[in-house]
Write a protein that binds this ligand. Sequence first.
Ligand SMILES: Nc1ncnc2c1ncn2[C@@H]1O[C@H](COP(=O)(O)OP(=O)(O)O)[C@@H](O)[C@H]1O
Ligand SMILES: [Mg+2]
Length: 291
Amino acid sequence: MAAKTTTGSRKKAPAASGGRGAISIRNVTKIYDPEGVNVMAVDNCSMEIQAGEVCMIVGPSGCGKTTLLNVIAGFHSLTHGEIYLDDELLCGPGKPLAKQGADRMVVFQNGALFPWKSLLDNVAYGPMVQGVLSKSDARDKALDMLAEAGLKDVADKFPGEVSSGMARRAEIVRALINDPKVLLLDEPYRAMDALTKSIMHEALLEMYDRTKVTIFFITHDLEEAIFLGDKAVVMTTRPARTKKVVDVNIPRPRDYKLLSSEEFRILVEEAKDAVHEEAIKAFEAGERELA
Ligand SMILES: Nc1ncnc2c1ncn2[C@@H]1O[C@H](COP(=O)(O)OP(=O)(O)O)[C@@H](O)[C@H]1O
Ligand SMILES: [Mg+2]
């Protein structure tokens, strides 16, 4: 059963986004069947994510985190259970595969900008091809959003001409221009050094403070989870289940000074044992790194 951890009596920072983007994951199981061999990736997993909440999913490699994201995004079907987005059934009995849609935008681990398009054209692309905005409106909006994210001066550059941090930021802007209800991020800063990562964290938090979009963010970095999240959900080793939920009652806006504060350290310590326990189990089970 999921242990609920709360800290102190301080009121939680408001996380409302006008009521959009609440996700309810109910008893979800996912069994892959490669060549007739069953692999249970997610087992009877449940969690509630409030509208406008930053929910961090922490767990060892191979535990089933990406699988869960793929089911929410509509890339993979589920085997049992159901998932709701704002009280609408995304997938469940009779409808195992969620319909993909711009209400759930995914930012992948390895980046997915078109290398042959400028950052501006990458960002403007979605609303333009969907016919939501005209070409010039899409470009105007893209430029505004890139400027808000500190990328105005590099808007005309190609992804290969900017730093990886800038490219990752542009990718999030590209997701946000669609005004999604939910942003799904799969270890987006995994390969970055600590300094770049901390700059990325602040940039993401700024974007979140502006949009209050619901965020489902996968990581195996516990400090990242506590720094960014309204809550951190620690998953078991495969098959993924909710092991522990840590509520992060730290007000926003947050900045890097938080990392050396006592309240931050206390929360990290609280979750550490649970994460460590599962990492050891994963190691003993011989789970491999799965990018
Ligand atoms: N398409 C697939 N077919 C078969 N097995 C898969 C597939 N994708 C993932 N798996 C298996 O499901 C388990 C969980 O994988 P994944 O969700 O990628 O874990 P994580 O993201 O936590 O590292 C792993 O054992 C992996 O081998
Ligand atoms: Mg993964």
